[in-house]
Design a protein around this ligand. Structure first.
Ligand code: SF4
Ligand code: SF4
Length: 447
């Protein structure tokens, strides 16, 4: 190793790396938390796009597919959040949060541990036999791991209890079972052979993040204006993506995991120098007075970033309002105007209506109908009180009926009042009741 040149202060150092930080430890802590969240989200119904039931579970709210506005706002909010993250913090998601990266790194770690154990315990065997024994042992361990990861992943789309039943019965005959088995096989192949190659070859989000990055985005930089690099190549050997950060900060494969930062810090630290590889906000002068402002130090470095943050707040507010105004029991009443009115054999006048009620809450709800605005009128064809189980939808035809005597000719305004218990909410529907214009309509006539 050659003697290091004297350390000089670099005037344009884009460094934001915290001295003494081992990013590997930070990353593993964050990844462990993310793993727990990844497992808990579908298991606790905090987030699931439930395909069989056509529901979207989102932090306590059970949204129906028909609730387009809330689904739209949720999707837009998540999409803008992802875009804002990529624009401000670069590929932070890939390096710290992504389950694919977490499981890929775990697979590599387990594979190395197994190879080391096999080499140590079976040192008398020849190299090729040891290699294949280690690989076989790794595949055997990977299989239950793949089943578990698939189980959690598919739980984002199918209730875990249903999934568990299918798993216990080794269901590979139904469409759901075939999908589960296929995803398990793909997961196994991914972590056995692809791992981080998935990030550069398949993942669209990786490409998207690179497209959203600009000259203010947080990146990992190699910055060596004073030629202090000792060419030890430790940063290259540590890189899980197999790249050389010294060739530039905007390499497509770089996930900004900072393993190279740790390695360079460790080796140059022994010589009393700071790492040449650092996190930095774009390519700008980090030491200028303007860049010391707190909002610039957290990444809000231009108007575009403030704009996307404001947009995020607007969508979050819209989403909160939409969820707050959400009706847990949706009731719609529509007139059935195939006929304006019928005259029954007993001479009474019938107007036909249809009710559609969906209980989108998690509790049983009692729905009762009453009529106002038509003194002689009543509702027939539906029970006064109907109980709706959670998730149940009721669709029923009913009539408003009135004797002709005392009935105003032509149009009358009526109100159909729907009471919901136990919420004690009332919805009033303004409707029109048609009666014959001339008295003495023929019984059985349809108009
Ligand atoms: S170059 Fe550094 S930051 Fe980029 S992927 Fe490799 S180790 Fe991670
Ligand atoms: S670890 Fe640091 S000193 Fe060694 S080659 Fe990489 S950048 Fe140069």
């Amino acid at each position: 190793m050659e003697t290091a040149p004297p350390v000089t202060e670099t005037p344009r150092a884009p460094r934001v790396t915290l001295p003494g930080t081992r990013y590997h430890s930070v990353r593993k802590t964050v990844q462990s938390i993310c793993f727990v969240i990844f497992v808990l989200l579908p298991m606790t119904d905090a987030m699931r796009f439930d395909i069989p039931r056509q529901r979207f579970y989102f932090f306590g709210a059970e949204l129906w597919i028909s609730e387009f506005s809330i689904l739209f706002l949720t999707m837009m909010f998540l999409w803008i959040l992802v875009a804002a993250m990529a624009m401000i913090y670069g590929r932070f998601y890939c390096g710290y949060l992504c389950p694919q990266m977490i499981f890929s790194e775990s697979a590599t770690w387990i594979e190395r541990r197994i190879a080391r154990a096999v080499n140590r315990k079976l040192s008398k065997w020849n190299g090729l036999t040891r290699k294949w024994t280690a690989r076989a042992a790794f595949y055997v361990m990977l299989l239950p791991g793949s089943v578990f990861v698939t189980f959690v992943f598919v739980s984002f789309f199918v209730p875990p209890a249903d999934l568990f039943q299918r798993l216990l019965s080794f269901d590979i005959r139904t469409a759901g079972g075939i999908v589960g088995a296929s995803v398990t096989l793909l997961t196994f192949l991914d972590f056995a052979f692809l791992r981080q190659r998935f990030c550069t070859v398949i993942c669209p989000y990786g490409y998207l993040q690179n497209m959203l990055a600009d000259r203010h985005t947080l990146l990992v930089h190699f910055h060596d204006p004073n030629r202090q690099c000792i060419n030890c190549a430790k940063c290259v050997r540590a890189c899980p993506m197999g790249i050389d950060i010294r060739r530039g900060s905007h390499q497509l494969e770089c996930t900004h995991c900072a393993e190279c930062v740790d390695e360079c810090s460790a080796i140059l630290g022994k010589l009393g120098r700071p790492s040449l590889v650092q996190y930095g906000w774009g390519e700008l002068d980090e030491n200028s007075a303007a860049n010391r402002k707190w909002y610039r130090r957290i990444g809000l470095r231009d108007g575009k970033r403030f704009a996307i943050l404001i947009l995020l707040v607007i969508y979050a507010t819209g989403l909160s309002i939409a969820i707050g105004m959400r009706q847990p029991v949706l009731v719609r009443i529509m007139p059935n105007r195939i006929t304006l009115y019928d005259v029954a054999p007993d001479g009474t006048i019938h107007n036909h209506f249809r009710i559609l009620a969906s209980n989108r809450s998690g509790t049983k709800t009692e729905l009762s109908l009453s009529l106002a605005g038509l003194a002689s009128g009543s509702i027939t064809g539906i029970d006064r009180s109907v109980t709706l189980a959670p998730g149940e939808t009721l669709q029923r035809e009913f009539d408003i009926v009135s004797p002709q005597a005392g009935l105003a000719a032509g149009l009358s305004r009526v109100q159909i009042v729907v009471n919901l218990t136990p919420k004690q909410t009332t919805a009033t529907f303004e409707e029109t009741f048609f009666a014959p214009i001339e008295a003495g309509s023929r019984p059985g006539a349809r108009h």
